[in-house]
Design a protein around this ligand. Structure first.
Ligand code: ARG
Ligand code: ZN
Ligand code: CA
Length: 234
């Protein structure tokens, strides 16, 4: 992966160690080796998915910018807008770290979009587990959530009412996001919500799993002819 750090003030020029902390979380969460996996309630332990996807750092680009915030219109992805141009999006996951503003933690591009904007954007205060990372979003799960979108995952409640799907069969239906740190069981649409799934909206400390169906949906991108076929898959 390529990490672009866009900073206005010097404190936004996050350390190498903060970048490494985010990559560590991605590798743990996508390989079901996260230390909090034991918090998944027994109803869902059989559904835990190990994607076996690995992340490694190729390059860090640091750029000072006159922009104090970037919004969500992809300006951060272009030199001409005070951001930083994408690098080799066919073979690298590009992650931009900068101030998005508006209380937005991060956003991602789904597979199949324009290559000039492919990748994920994460707010400086929600990236990694040290430095500028701020509670309750300081466990790197914004990165996990956004990379989930980049790998074609929808929000667990399908962004709609009970009949709206996330196209994954082993994530229970829900009609809303959950926030904070919900007690188990929290039920909507006649079943307990998988509030501890990375694709809900709960606090970083309260999300611990992808499902097997989500794993299958992500891995389907890497088979021959898949939307992310160009990435190295052993
Ligand atoms: N709201 C953002 C999105 O929909 C990110 C949510 C991340 N949640 C978290 N607990 N870090 O993409
Ligand atoms: Zn999301
Ligand atoms: Ca589902």
């Amino acid at each position: 992966m390529i990490v672009h750090v866009l900073y206005n003030t010097s404190s936004q020029n996050i350390s190498d160690s903060q970048i490494v902390s985010q990559i560590l979380v991605l590798n743990e969460d996508f390989n079901a080796t996260n230390g909090d996996l034991n918090l998944v309630p027994s109803e869902f332990t059989d559904n835990i998915g190990n994607t076996e996807i690995e992340f490694s750092l190729s390059q860090i680009i640091r750029k000072q910018t006159s922009r104090t915030s970037f919004g969500t219109n992809d300006d951060i992805k272009f030199n001409s807008q005070g951001g930083s141009d994408v690098i080799s999006p066919q073979t690298y996951l590009n992650i931009w770290v900068g101030n998005i503003g508006g209380g937005i933690l991060g956003y991602a591009q789904f597979p199949g979009g324009s290559s000039s904007t492919d990748g994920v954007v994460i707010g400086t205060n929600y990236f990694g587990t040290n430095g500028t990372a701020t509670s309750p979003f300081d466990k790197g799960r914004t990165g996990t959530h956004e990379v989930g979108h980049w790998l074609n995952l929808r929000h667990i409640w399908g962004d709609g009412r009970c009949n709206r799907d996330d196209f994954v069969s082993d994530t229970p239906k829900s009609d809303r996001p959950n926030y904070g740190c919900p007690n188990y069981p929290t039920s909507h649409c006649r079943s307990a919500d998988m509030t501890m799934n990375y694709m809900d909206y709960t606090n970083d400390a309260c999300m611990q799993m992808f499902s097997i169906g989500q794993k299958d949906r992500m891995r389907a991108l890497f088979v021959e002819g898949g939307a992310r076929d160009s990435f190295y898959a052993p």
